[in-house]
Structures are given as structure tokens and as C-alpha cells.
Design a protein around this ligand. Structure first.
Ligand SMILES: [Zn+2]
Length: 345
């Protein structure tokens, strides 16, 4: 026993195309992938610090051999688990028909199982979107937790900034107006809690764990690393003071944090000029990696950091993960999307 409070660490493995599409760039489909460079840096730093990781994978990124090879680098970590981050990373699941939601989750689930042999047991909706149908599908697929709640006070501000910056027009812009929810998101708990599925029509009253993306207790401002990098590009001392204060507040109030990484947290402005608009992308790689090493080392020192599944199974020892499949046991999946391309941006 370490004596440190428990915590978890996850990565939303959003690829460059998802960011360019959200920004309204028409050439998003033709862009290159930054997986190899970003994942190598992530694995090197987390490996050095002995940190485990939950990686939320987008089904669309499990088609190209180069991307799948880059994802296999996570096997170098002492402990990692893949989670499901939807098929097409459309941040408005709450506007979709039930069948589309089912496809978004199931196609990705099958691809993760086929490529890694691991049955994913956690889901995070792109854009923190999680309508009731998502929970019904997760329950059917024997998932153990959802991680789509982001209980921040900044949701309406984040949405306003997104709408001001994006070039999205027409129907997609209308859908984007519902992004991130409203101030209601703040009323959700700020650490793992049991969510009942009875309210979504599950007759046997099955429960599922919810692992929210932890925010600063009380003020409910973000603590995820893209936000820290956004602060750090103006003032590294300010970002360090804020992060130290956030971790100290979690410890004092008994909040077991679940913190979130994105690939651009490991990329500098010289690595990818297309990503210049993303928060924190004005920093050079060396400065950003130095800050990330400091922040993750502090997190590892103060908390017993786990994968998200290990965090919830510590709270609920009855949870079980299906065994890993050997290569010969893995399903063969179709390489084409089952979705109508019209639903893509
Ligand atoms: Zn994402």
C-alpha cells in the first residue's frame, strides 16, 4: 500500500483530422496523422515516471496500419487499457438517432477487440456528450464505466470560444450550439460515482460507474493538461501554482482525481503548424515537455495513479474485465465504416 490517495490518468487519442474538422477545415480528411510522434513522447515520459494509462481510441483511427502500429507502442507501458471514444468523434451524440449511436460505439468496440485483443470496458463521448442511449448500449456490451461527464463551470465559456473560432456553418453550427452542456454540468459529482441505469429504461436497475474528468473542487475550473498548457504558454509559474493548488485541494477534500491528456499536450509549435489554433500550441516542444514532466511527476508523487478501470475496481471489487484474446481468437472486422458518410462533417 502506498498510503497515497488513488487517482487515474487517461488520454483522449484524438487525431489531427478530428481537430481540423472541428475547426471547419474543408481539407480535414487529407491531413496527416501525428500519432507516431505524439505517442512515442507519451510512452517515453509515462514509462520514465512509471505511470499507467487509459487510452480512449477513435474507431476511425484503427484502419491505417501506421496508426495501429503507433497505438501498439502503448504496450511498452507497464499497464494500459484501451477505452472506446466513438467511431467518428462527432461531438454531438445527443443529436443522433439511437441506431447511429449504437454504430458509433459498437463498430469501435469490435475494432478495438480485433486490433488489441482487449475487451474495452470504458467509454468517453467526444465533446463529453453522453445521452441515455449511450448508457443503454454500454450496458449491453458489458462496459464497467462511462467517463463522459465534465462537471465544469466553464462549459458555456468553452462553447462560446469554440463557436467564435470555428468555421462551421449551417446545420453543423446549430448542433455545435449544444456542445459541452450548460451550467447544469456543474451539478454532477467531481469524482467516481455510481450512476443508475433505471432512469434510462433498464428494467433490472443495473448500475454503472461514472468517472468524471476532475475539475478544481468548488470553483469547477478545468485541471486537464490542455488547460494547464494553455496557462503555461503565458506563464509557467502560474500554471505550476494552479496545478499544485488543484492537487492540494483534491487531497484536502478527499477528491480522487481523474486527469486527462490529449496528444497536443506533447507537441510543440514547431511540430505541427496546422495545430497552431489549439490551446497551448504556442509553446515549443522542449518547454512543453519539461512542463508536462514536472506536472506528471508531481501527480505521480502525490497520488497512487491507476488506469480508470483499476480506479473503479478498487471502489467496487466485484467488477471484472473479460480476459485478453489471443491473436487467433480475435474477431475479423470490416474495414469500412457502416455509417453514411453524410453524417460526417
Ligand atoms: Zn476526443
Amino acid at each position: 500500500m502506498s498510503g497515497r490517495p488513488s487517482a487515474s490518468l487517461s488520454l483522449d487519442l484524438d487525431n489531427k483530422w478530428a481537430y481540423l474538422r472541428a475547426a471547419g477545415r474543408e481539407d480535414w480528411e487529407a491531413c496527416d496523422s501525428y500519432f507516431e510522434i505524439a505517442i512515442e513522447r507519451i510512452v517515453n515520459l509515462l514509462g520514465e515516471l512509471g505511470l499507467p494509462l487509459t487510452v480512449f481510441l477513435v474507431g476511425r483511427d484503427l484502419l491505417r496500419d501506421e496508426d495501429v502500429s503507433a497505438i501498439e507502442m502503448f504496450d511498452r507501458l507497464s499497464n494500459w487499457e484501451p477505452g472506446n471514444h466513438s467511431l467518428n468523434h462527432l461531438p454531438w451524440l445527443h443529436t443522433m438517432a439511437d441506431q447511429e449511436i449504437q454504430d458509433e460505439i459498437e463498430v469501435t468496440h469490435d475494432r478495438i477487440l480485433a486490433k488489441t485483443g482487449i475487451h474495452p470496458v470504458g467509454f468517453r463521448g467526444p465533446g463529453f456528450s453522453c445521452p441515455d442511449e449511450v448508457l443503454r448500449v454500454l450496458d449491453r456490451l458489458d462496459y464497467q464505466y462511462d467517463a463522459s461527464v465534465f462537471p465544469t463551470s466553464m462549459a458555456p465559456i468553452a462553447r462560446a470560444v469554440f463557436l467564435a473560432r470555428t468555421k462551421l456553418r449551417g446545420e453543423q453550427r446549430e448542433k455545435a450550439k449544444k456542445l459541452y452542456g450548460g451550467f447544469a454540468a456543474m451539478r454532477n459529482p467531481n469524482q467516481p460515482y455510481m450512476r443508475t441505469l433505471a432512469s434510462v429504461g433498464n428494467a433490472d436497475g443495473t448500475n454503472m460507474w461514472e468517472v468524471p474528468v476532475t475539475v478544481l473542487p468548488i470553483l469547477r475550473t478545468p485541471v486537464h493538461f490542455s488547460y494547464l498548457n494553455f496557462v503555461a504558454q503565458s506563464s509557467v509559474p502560474l500554471a505550476k501554482t494552479y496545478f499544485r493548488m488543484a492537487l492540494a485541494t483534491c487531497r484536502r477534500l478527499g477528491v480522487t482525481p481523474s486527469l486527462l491528456l490529449h496528444p497536443p499536450d506533447f507537441l510543440g509549435c514547431e511540430d505541427d503548424t496546422d495545430m497552431a489554433y489549439f490551446p497551448g500550441m504556442k509553446m515549443r516542444a522542449a518547454a512543453k515537455l519539461e512542463f508536462m514532466r514536472w506536472a506528471l511527476a508531481l501527480f505521480a508523487k502525490q497520488f497512487d495513479v491507476k488506469t480508470m478501470f483499476d480506479q473503479v475496481s478498487q471502489l467496487d471489487p466485484t467488477l471484472k474485465r473479460p480476459p485478453k484474446l489471443m491473436a487467433s481468437q480475435r474477431p475479423v472486422v470490416s474495414l469500412s465504416s457502416s455509417l453514411n458518410p453524410d453524417v460526417l462533417l
